[in-house]
Design a protein around this ligand. Structure first.
Ligand code: ZN
Length: 139
């Protein structure tokens, strides 16, 4: 229920104005003002979620994907999260270099530690796949 601000009578709050004196229903108007705020918040969240991550972070993710392809048993790979989350360093030519550590099964099924030095370069357009420049196994 709404209370009229002018004549103080009660009426259903679905009315846009008081049925007794035609004063505007401020409660209803207030609700309409509040609706766009959550919508704007959702748009903002969607925008942030859709935005590409920083290139220093993407580089390590792409490196992990490229290194995985070289392994005997890619499914067994467990990348050290600290090395994956470490921002890659940017090179003068625009590529990024990072050092990744992982544990993966070797050809004999034994889990072994490995470290790779990996350089990748971003695509020229946003969301384009990155390219492998150089990957070398340190150990
Ligand atoms: Zn009224």
């Amino acid at each position: 229920m709404a209370i009229c601000g002018n004549c103080s009578k009660l009426y259903a709050d679905t009315y846009d104005k008081c049925p007794h004196c035609a004063e505007k229903n401020l409660k209803l108007k207030g609700c309409l003002i509040l609706i766009p705020v959550p919508i704007l918040a959702l748009i903002g969240i969607a925008y942030l979620a859709n935005r590409a991550p920083a290139p220093e972070i993407s580089a390590a993710t792409w490196c992990a994907a490229f290194i995985r392809q070289r392994l005997n048993d890619p499914a067994s790979a467990e990348f050290d999260p600290t090395s994956v989350n470490m921002p890659a360093s940017k090179n003068a030519d625009g590529s990024y270099t990072t050092l990744l550590e992982l544990r993966a099964n070797n050809a004999f099924g034994a889990k072994v530690k490995a470290q790779y030095l990996c350089t990748v370069t971003p695509g020229t357009r946003e969301r384009e796949a990155w390219r492998e420049v150089n990957i070398s196994q340190v150990y």
